[in-house]
Design a protein around this ligand. Structure first.
Ligand code: FAD
Length: 503
């Protein structure tokens, strides 16, 4: 009697469609961790090219680079990276005001109670200083300083990420992946062939005659979602009622101004502008709503706000915010822009690539995947994306830019229930409820809530158990220690140069 064993549908051949950041990150990870005996092919088309603007990251990038065993100094040199301690948001609450979402701790709690409750109590008592005074990363960032590891005994680590050239990162990953056996096919995917019965993908047809066959396919073809959407018709859930910007215009320019160890996100009339300093240039872009700003106005705004000479004509990139209804469907996984798009405001896209890859590796199917695992996988992705989405919406909705049509609209829009519940709880109690797998910590939420002027009326009464003099000492002592710590750090540029010369 014939029995279907796991070997009959064994997954031995992975095919990655697309060679942008997503494609090469996936290829590198599969090459490093894929089971022995599997082959990995990657197809990309130089004629189509990549989006190539993903330049700012969050500290989780260390997990990915570290897992691949990259040498940090080499990586920094190869990708022309700079360091990033957080993101400065200019004008998101009021024009002329700024705050920072800095990585790492803000203040220190006592016992089980996080710092925010002590700060909120001190604020009611009238002696809390701005959050910056209690954040090592922000104090360092604003004075252009940077360090790695601990300086003083007991001093906290300084979490950091990078700004880097996404094109150079993809090239670096490509060298790594090809050296480990990944086979690259240059060519245009013209057709996706599918099994007549199951609908599973069987091959990619290139340039009319070449077939790249596989058992499992990873769609890294960018916004077009060639496999997950055009072939498998998986569906896309739009989030444009909340994240209303639908176009970006990007332009690199010559270095000038401060070599900031932080990203800048500057609110504009109908969106916002990013500024990302690299070693050889500054990456700039305007994210805007075409309902409120046309391309000419966008180009004028962008070009009028550069630190140096532009290196090219501004390039427009249309997008639709939202998420693929299933990241994993049949024998196809969507990674990168083919999985969906959230605005680059909190630099989460590259992180979402790596988290999708590592989630996939954690349940890597050796044969026909268990439907329950696929369902779990998709639910986890949806949860992760939804909570990031809420965090991004917060930046828009909590604005006080009254009288500006775009900002009036987003301030008064109906919010997702998940975000509304979080805001209600914060306002009433100073608590930030964060579910286990959410990317952004309560410290991140705390900084953005305070920075965007969302007032908490209450705080946890446990904070009252600290006598007022001790509360003052807690805040003043924390601030003094951090100021001293930061004072001894090298300047960002010096730090970078010393790493480069040691490479
Ligand atoms: P793409 O770069 O579009 O690559 C698609 C690949 O598919 C290409 O190799 C292309 O050749 C190939 N392809 C497509 N169709 C075919 C075909 N028919 N045949 C053969 N090959 C094909 N992320 C961050 O983490 N930080 C940021 O600061 C950041 N900023 C961003 C700003 C903007 C405006 C945008 C749009 C994105 C930003 N991102 C950012 C996201 C980041 O750029 C992407 O997540 C990342 O580059 C991954 O892109 P990708 O590889 O999925 O797609």
């Amino acid at each position: 009697m014939p029995v279907a064993t796991s070997n009959t549908r064994a997954i031995k051949r992975f095919v990655i469609a697309g060679g942008g950041t997503a494609g090469w990150m996936t290829a590198a990870a599969l090459a490093r961790f894929g089971p022995p005996g599997t082959s990995i092919a990657l197809v990309e088309s130089e004629a189509i090219g990549t989006v190539g603007v993903g330049e700012a990251t969050i500290p989780q990038i260390h997990l990915f680079n570290g897992a691949l065993g990259f040498d940090e100094a080499e990586f920094v040199r190869e990708t022309k990276a700079s360091f990033k301690l957080g993101i400065e948001f200019d004008g998101w609450h009021h024009e002329g005001e700024s705050y920072m979402h800095a990585f790492g701790a803000v203040g220190r709690g006592v016992g089980l109670l996080p710092f925010q409750h002590y700060w909120l109590r001190a604020k009611q008592l009238g002696f809390a200083k701005p959050l910056m005074r209690y954040s090592m990363n922000e104090l360092a960032a604003r004075t252009m300083r940077m360090q790695r590891g601990r300086r003083a005994q007991g001093a906290p680590e300084m979490p950091y990420a990078y700004h880097f050239d996404a094109g150079l990162y993809a090239a670096y990953l490509r060298r790594f992946a090809e050296a480990r056996g990944v086979v690259r096919h240059e060519g245009l995917i013209e057709r996706v062939t599918q099994d007549g019965e199951s609908g599973a993908i069987t091959a990619l047809a290139l340039d009319g005659y070449r077939l790249v066959e596989g058992d499992f396919f990873i769609d890294c073809t960018g916004f077009r979602g060639l496999l997950i959407e055009q072939a498998l018709d998986t569906g896309y859930e739009e989030w444009t009622q909340w994240l209303r910007c639908d176009r970006a215009m990007a332009v690199p320019c010559a270095n000038g101004g401060d070599f900031t160890p932080y990203t800048k996100a500057i609110a504009r009339k109908a969106g916002w502008q990013w500024r990302i300093p690299l070693q050889h240039r500054i990456g700039n872009g305007l994210v805007y709503s075409t309902a409120r700003m046309n391309d000419d106005e966008a180009a004028d705004t962008l070009l009028a706000n550069l630190d140096g000479e532009p290196f090219a004509e501004p390039r427009t990139i249309p997008f639709t915010t939202g998420i693929r209804r299933k990241m994993w469907h049949k024998n196809c996984l969507a990674v990168g822009l083919s999985a969906g798009f959230l605005e680059p405001m909190e630099s989460t896209s590259i992180h979402l690539i790596q988290s999708t890859i590592s989630r996939f590796l954690s349940v890597l199917p050796g044969a026909e995947p268990d439907p329950a695992i696929v369902e779990w996988f998709n639910a986890q992705c949806e949860f992760e994306w939804t909570r990031i989405r809420d965090f991004l919406i917060l930046h828009y909705t909590a604005n006080a830019r009254v009288g500006e049509p775009f900002w009036d609209e987003v301030r008064t829009m109906e919010l997702p229930d998940t975000l509304r519940a979080k805001l209600d709880q914060w306002r009433a109690t100073g608590l930030i409820h964060r579910e286990h797998e959410e990317l952004f910590t309560d410290v991140g939420w705390f900084q953005v809530l305070v920075g965007q002027g969302v007032e908490a009326r209450g705080y946890n009464p446990l904070a009252d158990s600290l006598p007022e003099t001790d509360l003052r000492a807690l805040l003043d002592g924390t601030e003094a220690a951090l100021v001293e710590e930061v004072r001894q750090m090298p300047r960002h540029l010096d730090f970078l140069q010393s790493m480069m010369t040691s490479a």
